[in-house]
Structures are given as structure tokens and as C-alpha cells.
Design a binder for this molecule. Structure first.
Ligand code: GUN
Length: 293
């Protein structure tokens, strides 16, 4: 059997098109253009690329972006003061503080400072609290896990009663992804470095989300035939056949797992593009929330 490929690039392009059309309609109706503030502290090269890509995506759909780059020597008070200023700025509908923050800064306090109505990453305590409770509705859902769910829907997932296994318990992906699956009535297992017999647990999964950051860890015999596999990993491994000397792979051994899975996301071109698409969608929603206030 060969898995169906879940094309995240195509799904993300569709969502970006929808956001662009909605932004255009807002502006034509005389409403404010949505705005996203990005906060980048320090000089982590990967974070610089991510933030640049987010700003570029904003420009493509007509969302304004306001980039704030602080040196790695920025103090806790300086970062929080910037967030407070952005909370009060009516041009800003979403505040994205790129993580991880440099050592010495208290991430929790910075995220707590972002106002609920502008927490487009969904990492603030109220959004995560609501996400973790039955019957509550977060104002914003974290972008990467939200993108995983859209891709599962795209693949025709039946969530109710499905066994869903999430590999990884990070605040950014694993934990919120598990909560989203639980809300859809999956039976959810969260696996981590101390989980016993990981392959056996994974083999029970009808839905498998891999978000551990370990190159090609999930092997063919970890996957139940027909399972839906979402690969969040982006890992660079050496490859002498490439001009750059390396290539990107996910947390799933794609070539072998595609032979057994029902559907699978590629890396690149799977979950990656969805994160930005969901951020754009959340920023538009932030603008709509501001209209309603
Ligand atoms: N670092 C890695 N992923 C993310 C994300 O989705 N949002 C933010 N703010 N930082 C990240």
C-alpha cells in the first residue's frame, strides 16, 4: 500500500487565499487592515528565518507587519514593556513573540503579558487553560497544532473514538495538539522520552502526530496499516548528494512509512506551511475581534 500524500503547501495556499480575500473585503469596506507585531529577541538564525517568513506571508495577504528586533541583551523589563506598548497599539491585532527566548528571559512572564485578544499564538495562560478544559473555547488556538488538525480533516480523518497518539509533549505542539484531538473525541495518548515500548504504543494509533525533533525516528513497523501520519519534525541531516551537504527530514522515516500509512504529510511541504497560514488566519480573527469591541 502507498499512502496518500497530504499536501500542506496546497492547503496552506488555499487558506492564505481566503485570508487575502477577507482582508481585501475589509479594506474595501473601510475597515482597518489587520496588523501583526513580531517580537524577535536575540540572533537565533532559525528564529530569524521563521520571523522573516511570517512577515513575508503577511505582506502577501495584505496584513501589515510591525517587526521589533531586540538584542539578546534585552532585559525582562524591556521585553515586557514592548509587549505592553503593543497591547495598547490599535494597529496591532496580533503579537507574536518568537520562541525560544534567549536564556535569562522568563518566557512565562512575557507570554502572560500579551493581551488575550492579541494572543495569536495561543500560548497565553487563558488560551491554553481554555484549550485544556472541556466545554471552553480558546480565543486563539496555537498555529502548528491547529494546522495539524486541518490536515487531518483534509485527509478525511474520523476523529470520534479514534486512537490518537502524539509523540512529544512540548507546549508549542505536542500538548496543544493532544488537547485538540481530545476535543474531537479521540482517545489520546501522549508519548515522551520516558514512554515504555514506544513502537507498540504508536502501532495502536489510527492518528499519529510526531513532534519530537528526532530525525526519522518513526519507522515502518511503528505504524498501523492505514493510519494517518502527521509529521511536525523539521530536522537537518547530512547528505553528501546535495550541494548544501544536507537535507531536511521529518520525525518520520517517510520512504518506509508511506508504504504502510493511509495518508502522510511530507517534509518539507506538510505541516510547515500550515503554521504560517494559521497565524494569518488568527491575525485576521484578531482584527475582527477588535472591530467587535
Ligand atoms: N517557535 C517555534 N514555533 C513557534 C511558533 O509557532 N510560535 C512562536 N512564537 N515561536 C515558535
Amino acid at each position: 500500500m502507498t499512502a496518500r500524500l497530504i499536501d500542506g503547501t496546497a492547503v496552506a495556499a488555499r487558506i492564505r487565499g481566503q485570508v487575502a480575500a477577507a482582508v481585501q473585503a475589509r479594506v474595501a469596506a473601510g475597515r482597518a487592515r489587520p496588523g501583526l507585531a513580531t517580537v524577535l529577541v536575540g540572533d537565533n538564525p532559525a528564529s530569524q528565518v521563521y520571523v522573516r517568513n511570517k512577515q513575508k506571508a503577511c505582506a502577501e495577504v495584505g496584513i501589515e507587519s510591525f517587526g521589533h528586533d531586540l538584542p539578546k541583551t534585552a532585559t525582562q523589563a524591556e521585553v515586557e514593556a514592548l509587549v505592553t506598548r503593543l497591547n495598547a497599539d490599535p494597529r496591532v491585532n496580533g503579537i507574536l513573540v518568537q520562541l525560544p527566548l534567549p536564556d535569562g528571559l522568563d518566557e512565562e512572564r512575557v507570554l502572560n503579558a500579551i493581551s488575550l485578544e492579541k494572543d495569536v499564538d495561543g500560548f497565553g495562560p487563558v488560551n491554553i487553560g481554555r484549550l485544556s478544559m472541556k466545554g471552553r473555547k480558546p480565543t486563539f488556538v496555537p498555529c502548528t497544532p491547529a494546522g495539524c488538525i486541518v490536515l487531518l480533516e483534509e485527509a478525511g480523518a474520523t476523529f470520534k473514538g479514534a486512537n490518537a497518539v502524539v509523540l512529544g509533549r512540548s507546549n508549542i505542539v505536542g500538548l496543544p495538539a493532544a488537547m485538540l484531538l481530545l476535543h474531537r473525541d479521540c482517545t489520546v495518548t501522549i508519548c515522551h522520552s520516558r514512554t515504555k515500548d514506544l513502537p507498540a504504543v504508536c502501532r495502536e494509533a489510527d492518528i499519529l502526530i510526531a513532534a519530537v525533533g528526532r530525525a526519522e525516528m518513526v519507522k515502518r513497523d511503528w505504524v498501523k496499516p492505514g493510519a494517518l501520519v502527521i509529521d511536525v519534525g523539521i530536522n537537518r541531516i547530512p547528505d553528501a548528494t546535495k550541494k548544501s551537504g544536507s537535507r531536511l527530514v521529518g520525525d518520520v522515516a517517510f520512504d518506509e512509512v508511506k508504504e504502510v500509512a493511509g495518508a502522510i504529510t511530507p517534509v518539507p511541504g506538510g505541516v510547515g506551511p500550515m503554521t504560517i497560514a494559521m497565524l494569518l488566519q488568527n491575525t485576521l480573527r484578531g482584527a475582527e475581534l477588535a472591530d467587535a469591541r
